[in-house]
Ligand binder design. Structure first.
Ligand code: PLP
Length: 423
């Protein structure tokens, strides 16, 4: 059968884009001074820290210095190599400290995606011969996990997704119902990137271990933001990404508990104790190490500060804009994240209007917002389509100030009113 020239999903994307453009044109011509890029009080505000964070200047300096001076290959025996290896060792110690693990348990990767791939594929391949061919994960995982599972399903593994409730949390009961001794790995993220809900990892990992099953957590959104102690959580594998805590992009790590066997999915040299072939990206890893150290040092103060700013933003929006609701708001959440739906608003139109006013937010994960597909996270929570399409994520970070929250609270209510009027 011939496939239609334009698929349903493409048609949906075109419609949303067209609507956004029309709404923005109307807003432009209706002459609101608040939507004037050249206005004198224009200030740029970045509230998309769950997509990525700005590089810390001290980290940028350390990366630049390593790029210039520390060019040796860490596998080389001479002094250039030993100097590069010492830099890797320091970074490994800093990353291990952030995880509460041992340096030898840290595998450097090219980021969170590769760490997730290595954890899931590595463990699945290592356990296949033992007849453990089932893989379990939550329905709200990042694409790095979901797409990896899909590829493994294609290769013969059975993949089952655990549901979340209306508050965006995986219930241990749902895991208890399906877990058996034929499962190789359970993967549940520590906190969700779109709504910020923190999952009951300790309980879920305990359940997995009762059946001799390995437990992986994607900690890309929690490492460097809230305590992420792998021993306290009781997990076997945990992934992080440097660019989520003011480190460079293209650097990440997998913590793998000593004794957990992983099959390397890259073939080549014996780097990273045979778990990840390829010469390490020394400058980026130096940046990751320093970013991990700085994040760990500010963990105790930054969490409460961001939570207070986030709560003020949330309360301000809910009280000044009619028809708003927080998605996942009643669950334990990351201190920096709020996901709010705005009745009778197309999220993309609001996102673009806010951007024109210098305020950067998101409609979900950076990846899924790029495709304009409805969020799989909000869908899994059972929210109605209208609410999903009207949801905006605000994610705060180290640079976020009181003045910025004031500005958002001044700009947002009239903007939403205007968008509703021109609808
Ligand atoms: N996992 C989660 C929860 C994320 O939010 C992200 C990034 O958006 C990733 C994995 C992927 O990390 P990276 O961009 O370093 O590949």
């Amino acid at each position: 059968m011939r496939s239609p020239a334009v698929s349903r999903s493409e048609f949906y994307q075109y419609t949303v884009l067209l609507t956004c453009c029309l709404v923005l044109l109307l807003l432009r011509f209706s002459g609101d001074a608040m939507i004037n890029v050249s206005s004198s009080h224009f200030m740029r505000i970045y509230l998309d820290h769950n997509a990525t964070t700005p590089l810390d200047p001290a980290v940028a300096a350390a990366v630049a210095s390593a790029l210039g001076e520390n060019f040796g290959n860490p596998s080389s025996i001479h002094q250039y190599g030993q100097r590069a290896k010492a830099a890797l060792d320091d970074a490994r110690t800093d990353v291990a400290a952030l995880f509460g693990g041992e340096p030898s348990e840290v595998v450097f990767t090219s980021g969170g995606t590769e760490a997730d791939n290595l954890a899931i594929r590595g463990a699945a391949l290592a356990l296949a011969a033992a007849g453990r061919r089932r893989l379990l994960a939550s329905a709200i995982e990042h694409e790095a996990v979901l797409a990896t599972l899909k590829a493994l399903e294609h290769d013969g593994w059975t993949v089952e997704l655990l549901p979340v409730d209306a508050t965006g949390v995986v219930s241990p009961e749902s895991l208890r119902r399906v877990i058996r001794g034929d499962v190789a790995l359970v993967s549940v993220m520590h906190a969700n990137n779109e709504i910020g809900t923190v999952q009951p990892i300790g309980e879920l990992a305990r359940l997995a271990h009762e059946h001799g099953v390995l437990f992986h957590t994607d900690a890309a959104q929690t490492a460097g933001r809230i305590p992420c102690d792998v021993r306290a959580l009781g997990v076997d594998l945990a992934s992080l990404s440097a660019h989520k805590f003011n480190g460079p992009k293209g650097a990440g790590a997998l913590w793998a508990r000593r004794g957990v066997r992983l099959v390397s999915h890259q073939t080549g040299g014996r780097q990273e104790r045979g778990r990840r072939a390829g010469t390490e990206n020394v400058p980026a890893i130096v940046g990751l190490g320093l970013a991990a150290r700085l994040a760990r040092a500010r963990l105790a103060s930054e969490g409460p500060r961001l939570a207070a700013l986030r709560d003020r933003l949330e309360a301000g929006v809910l009280s000044s804009v009619r028809g708003t609701a927080v998605n996942g708001g009643s669950s334990p959440r990351l201190p920096n994240t709020t996901n709010i739906s705005f009745d009778r608003i197309e999220a993309e139109a609001l996102l673009i209007a806010l951007d024109l006013d210098g305020i950067a937010v998101s409609t979900g994960s950076a990846c899924s917002s790029g495709t304009l597909e409805p969020s799989h996270v909000l869908t899994a929570m059972g929210l109605p389509g209208r609410r999903i399409q009207s949801s905006i994520r605000f994610s705060l970070g180290t640079g976020t100030t009181d003045a910025e929250i004031d500005r958002v609270l001044a700009v947002l209510p009239p903007l939403v009113e205007r968008l509703r009027r021109v609808r």
